[in-house]
Design a protein. Structure first.
Lengths: 122, 183
């Protein structure tokens, strides 16, 4: 980087007057949005789980009162699909949680190493 | 080698993906000013810069879980903001179809050329004369400190294109500065 490059950087970095009050207001709005998204995801997941439980229960009761083979197969299939969907959702959440936990642990470790390096420098 | 701040940002991103509200709060606090300054440099309007930053955060809230590598967060966030700013600039250019006169822009700058501040002022005004692509590249390189490889990821263009655009943008910036200093 020569002098002109440094001057470009300095010129661009200067002259920005950040309005911290407005920033604070926007930050609160964004956090609220994030909260709403989390709640929405949670709501959808619970609705899906409750829905599949209801379908499984209905299929189970239908299976017990079905008289012909076709009915038995239909209700058994429905029951199987409802249970399988629920298991898959839970499995997916479990895998994601495990993955994120491992990644977070690695990052914590990296962070500690970086911290130690900075301490050693000083 | 990654710095402590970079690793900390990555950890915050992972926590956000895990639904940690406090981590997201901290991430917003750490990035807000940087993003606004970048948008303001490109757009030159404070209110529009705020709008673009808000839209960028909205996109991040929606899509943060789809980010596969937390390391790519800086490039990802700058790409979203750059795209939004470029779209806005294009819309404005299509609406107005006007070009500002460089000499008129520099009238007030020429009066006090000796001080460092006026030089920076001249550079900022010269910067505004560049095309939106050139402004993006110059801003990412010199103000945000990204290297060519990172810029190519942010703008989704080959490294060679970044280098050539950077070269021509820098040359043009020097040319405009030359016009002012020669007069």
């Amino acid at each position: 980087m020569n002098d002109f490059d440094k001057e470009i950087g300095n010129a661009l970095r200067k002259g920005n007057h950040f309005d911290s009050k407005r920033g604070e207001k926007l930050r609160k709005e964004i956090i609220q949005m994030f909260d709403e998204k989390l709640k929405k995801v949670e709501r959808i997941t619970w609705m899906w789980i409750v829905g599949t439980v209801i379908v499984a229960m209905m299929a189970g009761s239908g299976f017990s009162i079905a008289r012909d083979t076709q009915g038995l197969i239909l209700f058994a299939g429905l029951f199987f699909i409802a249970i399988l969907t629920q298991v898959l959702i839970k499995l997916w959440y479990w895998i994601m949680n495990c993955k994120l936990s491992v990644l977070k642990e690695i990052k914590q470790l990296e962070l500690q190493v970086a911290e130690l390096k900075e301490k050693n420098k000083t | 080698m990654k710095t402590y701040d970079q690793i900390y940002d990555e950890l915050l991103v992972l926590k956000c993906q895990d639904g940690d509200r406090n981590a997201f709060d901290e991430l917003v606090s750490r990035w807000q000013e940087r993003l606004w300054a970048y948008a303001y440099r490109l757009l030159g309007e404070k209110d529009t810069a705020w709008d673009m930053v808000q839209e960028t955060w909205m996109t991040i809230v929606k899509k943060i879980n789809s980010l596969k590598h937390a390391e790519a967060f800086p490039q990802w966030i700058y790409r979203i903001l750059s795209n939004k700013c470029t779209d806005w600039i294009r819309k404005q250019q299509a609406q107005r179809q006007l070009k500002e006169n460089i000499k008129e822009e520099f009238k007030d700058v020429k009066q006090d050329r000796s001080t460092q501040d006026s030089k920076y002022d001249a550079l900022r005004k010269a910067f505004k004369q560049l095309s939106s692509e050139q402004r993006l590249i110059i801003s990412l390189k010199y103000a945000e400190g990204f290297d060519v490889k990172e810029i190519s990821k942010i703008l989704d263009i080959p490294e060679g294109t970044v280098k050539s655009r950077l070269y021509y943008a820098r040359k043009q910036l020097q040319g405009i500065m030359g016009v002012i200093t020669n007069e």
